[in-house]
Design a protein around this ligand. Structure first.
Ligand SMILES: Cc1cc2nc3c(=O)[nH]c(=O)nc-3n(C[C@H](O)[C@H](O)[C@H](O)COP(=O)(O)OP(=O)(O)OC[C@H]3O[C@@H](n4cnc5c(N)ncnc54)[C@H](O)[C@@H]3O)c2cc1C
Length: 351
């Protein structure tokens, strides 16, 4: 059984932030167990399209500091030109232009996954992919972690799964009732989202004076944005698919989406070079259920996640546990920083 001082479960932004910070503090005896065959979790950039998180705000200071520290750069979301608002299927579209002086949402040069790769660069050898944690036990001095890919032991475990997903693991001894209840009722941010990304050989919408922004609760894509890359070598539109299309066949959904784009941006919309979708509700490593829209802002960072559990060996982290900006990348980084501080403080107190 492989033993480490710290075992981090989940190689998403939160888990990797903790690993990065541990290493910065001279703690290199850790292992990261990740169920997927890739790192990043809800950060997923494919063919230059961000199918998970895409935008930061200028007040997301922890993640912006980290981006700077890692030598990465951000750029403004493209919003120049006519944007389209569809508020009624019967009414003509409404055109509007964004205020060029309003603070812009920021994107990461190279896509959000660039942040993940830069973070993990120094400890790739400590990440075990395809390793799905199934049970955590704390019956002796160390905790044991049972996975589909062997058993591990550690002094401290940091679990970064969305709490609802983490509630489906087995724990020995069982977790306290109040904690289990909070885990099962904490909504997993964006777990119901379906994203679509479409690449084109040219940014034909820009040439025609459109920004690429199209908003409409009644439309097949409720929010669409230009998602061309920073170098302007890949031209993309990316957005959130109307959940009413979830149960259609992939082909029928694509037809509706492309027809909608043709109608409003022009016939060029059907000449895409790549069309991809990602339904997060069907991703077993993010979501445990297929929910309908969750438009209310969920409450994150419940104090129940502040404590250690399982004989002081288990700590919860991840964006949904963050008292600030929970749900966002900022929350994931924040939770990773807080978890590291708690671990280092515990180590200091027990030595
Ligand atoms: C569609 C979408 C759009 C988003 N847009 C934005 C945005 O524009 N801006 C923003 O700030 N945020 C956005 N977010 C949120 C952002 O992606 C998250 O806040 C952040 O990625 C969460 O990181 P995390 O490490 O807390 O969790 P996760 O990324 O979920 O990491 C948990 C990790 O645990 C792994 N795991 C799961 N089960 C197991 C198991 N049994 N054993 C081992 N490993 C396991 C998972 O594979 C995953 O890698 C978006 C999210 C989605 C899905």
């Amino acid at each position: 059984m492989k033993h480490s001082k710290y075992c981090i479960i989940g190689a998403g932004l939160s888990g990797l932030t903790t690993a990065y910070k541990l290493l910065q503090n001279g703690e290199s005896d850790f292992i990261i167990l990740e169920a997927r065959d890739t790192i990043g979790g809800r950060l997923s950039t494919i063919n230059s399209i961000d199918f998970g998180a895409a935008w930061l705000q200028n007040y997301h200071s922890n993640v912006l500091d980290l981006i700077k520290e890692l030598g990465l750069k951000t750029f403004n979301q493209y919003t120049t030109g006519k944007s389209i608002l569809m508020y009624n299927t019967m009414a003509p579209p409404h055109y509007f232009e964004s205020d060029p002086n309003a603070p812009s949402a920021l994107r990461i040069v190279g896509g959000s996954l660039a942040l993940i790769h830069a973070l993990a660069e120094k400890f790739l050898d400590k990440i075990r992919l395809n390793t799905k944690v199934e049970r955590i036990s704390a019956v002796s001095q160390n905790a044991t972690i049972e996975t589909n890919n062997g058993h591990f032991s550690a002094e401290k475990i940091i679990i970064t799964l969305p709490p609802k997903l983490a509630s489906h693991l087995k724990y020995n001894p069982e977790l306290p009732e109040h904690l289990h209840r909070e885990m099962t009722t904490t909504h997993t941010w964006m777990s119901n989202a379906i994203k679509v990304g479409i690449n084109y050989k040219t940014p034909f919408w820009k040439t025609k004076g459109f920004s690429g922004t199209m908003i409409g609760q009644v439309a097949p894509v409720v929010e669409l944005y230009d998602h061309s890359n920073y170098n302007e070598s890949v031209f993309s539109l990316m957005g959130f698919v109307n959940e009413s299309l979830r149960e259609l066949s992939a082909n029928d959904r694509k037809k509706q989406i492309i027809t909608y784009l043709e109608k409003h941006l022009g016939a060029e919309a059907k000449n895409y070079s790549l069309y991809l979708e990602k339904d997060w509700s069907k991703d077993e490593f993010t979501s445990v259920e297929s929910l309908n829209s969750y438009y209310l802002s969920p409450k994150y960072g419940h104090p129940v996640f502040n404590s250690f559990y399982l004989m002081e060996k288990l700590l919860f982290s991840g964006t949904e546990t963050s008292p600030k900006y929970g749900g966002y990348m900022e929350g994931a980084v924040n939770s990773g920083v807080i978890a590291t501080e708690k671990l280092l403080c515990k180590t200091l107190n027990s030595s």
